[in-house]
Design a protein around this ligand. Structure first.
Ligand SMILES: Cc1cc2nc3c(=O)[nH]c(=O)nc-3n(C[C@H](O)[C@H](O)[C@H](O)COP(=O)(O)OP(=O)(O)OC[C@H]3O[C@@H](n4cnc5c(N)ncnc54)[C@H](O)[C@@H]3O)c2cc1C
Length: 390
């Protein structure tokens, strides 16, 4: 089988890695990626965090596998025994809820425990004693991760996945797909900017926030949107112990990063969230308008917080339900999607790559049933909603 993977970020690299790991010489894999350093990819621009705290069991299990690969990177990703450094720091998420969000947090907690996650619910009194620097006066409940969470260097991780895939025989083409030629109901070839044409049995769309643009090359709708997210790098003069990744009910989040902090804001259902805003213009006003007021309320010491710098990257949002699209396109059986992870694709890349490879090579989901992510659900109007979106 010949497979062309379009995009070599964390997702495309994981697809290539598992195709070669499972298929060996029976599968030829070519990954087309214009920027192998991945400087503008979402994988490099992400906050690089892994959590178990989702509202769907399959997302919890995908993260558990992501955590396994990251925390045992030497075992999964080493090439010829050379050390692999993905900068993994074990840590925890702390989801905070006011009275309005406590029910959802409790329901999610039951799902997570059922799926094997190490998580605990904390009352306001328990919060106050565990995290005395946190204002819990207006909180009703919180959920704290145990083992299985943390953060890493997304660019290093994606590049380690790519290096491992290459060591197993996947080929990288430093190029961009400019055209996808159809023959009847199928795709026949990819036309590259450099002039070459690649034919294949299967084409995998792993173009992250460019997934819709790549679909359009074949005249196919891929309902994924590029939505800019700004991350602020901050310092606080007051001494604080290392913090978990705290998710505030306002949608603002922060966590320790080295001697300082990073944080940002995710728009909620009623907030404007335009497509394709320029990445070279992080939304600096957002700090004063959204982030700082929420942080200073939640952590009184953050009144003195200072921004050092900011960067922006695209979430590749699947607006229907904030869950990924994994599987063949409903209108083109040999165009496979691995898109729309909506802000949790770095941690889900290994499980998505493994699942896609298993399904493609054996015709069935094996290790994890990922059928809930079928692109067909969009046409059928059956959303598979993820509640815990940051
Ligand atoms: C600010 C921010 C914070 C985030 N925080 C987290 C987090 O804490 N945890 C988490 O799990 N996820 C997080 N994410 C989401 C995560 O980064 C993405 O879900 C994940 O990186 C998607 O990987 P990808 O490989 O699909 O996309 P990308 O990494 O963007 O890779 C896609 C690649 O496709 C290539 N490409 C595009 N068009 C073409 C073409 N025509 N031909 C060939 N190649 C093409 C691009 O060059 C790019 O390298 C965050 C994202 C952002 C922006």
């Amino acid at each position: 089988m010949k497979v062309v993977v379009i995009g070599g970020g964390a997702v495309g690299s994981a697809v290539a890695l598992f195709l070669k790991r499972l298929g060996g010489t029976a599968v030829q894999v070519q990954v087309v990626e214009p920027d192998p350093a991945l400087t503008r990819s979402s994988s490099a621009l992400s906050a690089g965090s892994i959590r178990q705290q989702f509202s769907n069991p399959v997302n919890v299990r995908m993260s558990a596998f992501g955590h396994q690969v990251v925390s045992q990177a030497a075992q999964w990703l080493a090439v010829d025994g050379a050390p692999v450094e993905v900068g993994f720091v074990p840590g925890a998420y702390l989801f905070c809820a006011g009275a309005a969000g406590a029910d959802v947090l409790q329901r999610n907690h039951a799902v997570q425990r059922e799926a094997g996650a190490d998580v605990a619910l904390l009352s306001p009194a328990e919060l106050a004693s565990s995290f005395p620097w946190l204002n819990s006066a207006d909180l009703a409940l919180a959920s704290l991760g145990g083992t299985g969470e943390g953060w890493l260097d997304g660019q290093a991780f994606a590049r380690a996945l790519a290096a491992k895939a290459r060591s197993l025989g996947a080929r990288w083409r430093r190029d961009r797909v400019l055209g996808l030629q159809r023959r009847g109901a199928r795709l026949a070839a990819a036309r590259l900017a450099g002039g070459d044409t690649l034919d294949a049995d299967v084409f995998v769309n792993a173009a992250g926030p460019a997934a819709a643009a790549v679909g359009a090359l074949a005249g196919l709708e891929v309902p994924v949107r590029a939505r800019r997210r700004t991350v602020f790098v901050m310092r606080c003069p007051a001494a604080l112990p290392p913090t978990p990744l705290v998710v505030d009910p306002s949608g603002v989040w922060f966590r320790s990063e080295g001697a300082g902090f990073i944080g940002g804001w995710s728009p909620g259902a009623g907030d404007a969230d335009p497509d394709d805003l320029p990445l070279d213009q992080p939304d600096l006003a957002q700090f004063d308008e959204r982030v700082w007021p929420a942080l200073a309320h939640r952590v009184p010491a953050f009144e003195a917080l200072r921004v050092q710098r900011a960067w922006a990257g695209y979430y590749e949002v699947h607006p229907l339900d904030h869950n990924a699209l994994i599987g063949p396109h409903p209108d083109c059986a040999n165009f496979w999607l691995c898109n729309g992870f909506s802000g949790h694709g770095l941690q889900h890349a290994p499980a998505a790559g493994r699942g896609l490879a298993e399904r493609l090579l054996t015709g069935a989901w094996q290790t994890l049933d990922l059928s809930a992510f079928s692109p067909q659900r969009v046409l059928d109007g059956r959303p598979f909603v993820e509640q815990a979106v940051i």
